[in-house]
Design a protein around this ligand. Structure first.
Ligand SMILES: [Zn+2]
Ligand SMILES: [Zn+2]
Length: 139
């Protein structure tokens, strides 16, 4: 499994099947991603390999220990090693190949943004809107 950040500077490979994807809806994950929830998984450190861009990774840490590693060029969240666990945290959005499993757990749903709702209750388009105007008509 290959993955890379938005600009492609940070690339990595995983030599094991991706499973146990989760989405975290906590306020920290929301800030770190700008999205409703942070979709991620964990893999064994022995199955993870940086391909490029490791030197361009910056790390931000809260006093509480919450850590966000990101590409210094494009700002994408990137994998980070979880100290002492032997595991590597992987932001699912960076994966570039089809993943056999799906998100199976949602965490911190009590902290979910008030504007979040199940995607089945929203208008769903196969692609982007034809224009900003047509998007506004759907909202
Ligand atoms: Zn990047
Ligand atoms: Zn979280």
């Amino acid at each position: 499994m290959k993955g890379e950040c938005l600009c492609g500077n940070v690339r990595f490979e995983i030599e094991e099947e991706i499973r146990n994807l989760y989405q975290c809806h906590c306020t920290l994950c929301r800030k770190a991603t700008g999205a409703a929830a942070n979709a991620a998984t964990f893999v064994q450190g022995t199955a993870f390999r940086w391909v490029s861009g490791e030197s361009g990774i910056k790390s931000y840490k809260k006093p509480s220990g919450f850590r966000s590693d990101f590409c210094s060029e494009c700002g994408s969240p990137v994998p980070n090693s979880l100290r002492d666990s032997g595991m590597v945290w992987i932001p699912a959005g960076l994966l570039d190949e089809p993943v056999a499993s799906k998100v199976s757990v949602h965490l911190h749903t009590k902290s979910a943004a008030t504007w979040e709702q199940a995607s089945t209750e929203c208008v769903r388009l196969d692609g982007g809107p034809a224009s900003l105007d047509s998007l506004n008509k759907l909202l």
